[in-house]
Write a protein that binds this ligand. Structure first.
Ligand code: C5P
Length: 235
């Protein structure tokens, strides 16, 4: 059984800003698991991943690959050499593409980072999915179907809303990981997120990892906010 954990989304524009933030955590007993997204990776390149790794953090590299299987396989082999702990693809790329991603990620010794799939982005409404993507199934049916595809391709789990974690576990098994952004403290600011819940509630529904950005990065005391997430979510 996987250990529940809190992943901080490092949505910063530069290495300088990122390290200013990470320096706050230097004395912490628990080294935060960090998510690096497109903005920071495209700005600073692979060196930012190596530097953060050298500081001893686990890294979820959130680049959401979606291309033909051969390209994804080769790109994943490159990311695997960066020694990240988790990376992801779009489930919409098909089972074949997800299999290729897994193959590319697997190192010569058989080890590999965790690999998860994005089902439907939380920014996509059911109405747009229908009208623009011509998907007639409901959002929940689509999410469960994509999660099943990801499991069939041998992936470890999916990114979804914490509110969907229970349904994904029901369909794909308790060991299939749910990595869930959209987390807010009960007394906190929701900002642009819509389907949100608290760390404590995410734990009850069964999220395996919560991804928390602004409630920690923009807090007056980020270390205290991180500790509060850990207390509520990991217990
Ligand atoms: O600041 P906040 O807690 O809203 O940050 C959530 C993080 O999770 C951001 O990096 C955002 O891009 C990411 N994310 C999300 N919803 C998804 C997938 C990723 O909020 N469906």
């Amino acid at each position: 059984m996987m250990q529940r954990d809190v992943i901080i989304a490092c949505d910063f524009a530069s290495a300088e800003e990122t390290f200013r933030f990470l320096d706050l955590f230097v004395g912490e007993a628990r080294k935060p698991f960090l998510k690096i997204g497109m903005e920071l990776f495209y700005a600073e390149g692979p060196e930012i991943v190596r530097e953060i790794k050298r500081r001893g953090h686990r890294i979820f590299l959130d680049l959401k690959l979606h291309d033909i299987p051969n390209t994804v396989r080769k790109a994943m082999a490159v990311l695997s050499r960066l020694d990240v702990d988790m990376c992801n693809v779009h489930a919409a790329g098909t089972v074949e593409m997800m299999r290729a991603a897994r193959e590319g990620l697997t190192r010569a010794d058989g080890t590999r980072p965790l690999l998860i799939a994005v089902t439907q982005l939380t920014s996509t409404s059911e109405e747009r999915m229908r009208r623009e993507l011509l998907v007639d199934a409901s959002m929940n049916e689509t999410i469960v179907h994509y999660a099943r595809n990801a499991r069939e391709a041998g992936l470890d789990g999916v990114v979804c809303s914490p509110l969907e974690a229970g349904m994904v576990h029901e369909a794909c098994g308790a060991g299939f990981l749910t990595v869930t952004p959209g987390v807010r403290f009960a007394d906190g600011d929701v900002a642009d997120q819509v389907r949100v819940t608290t760390p404590a509630r995410a734990r009850e529904i069964g999220s395996d990892y919560i991804v928390v950005g602004r409630p920690v990065t923009q807090a007056a005391d980020p270390v205290a906010a991180y500790r509060r997430c850990v207390e509520e979510f990991c217990g």
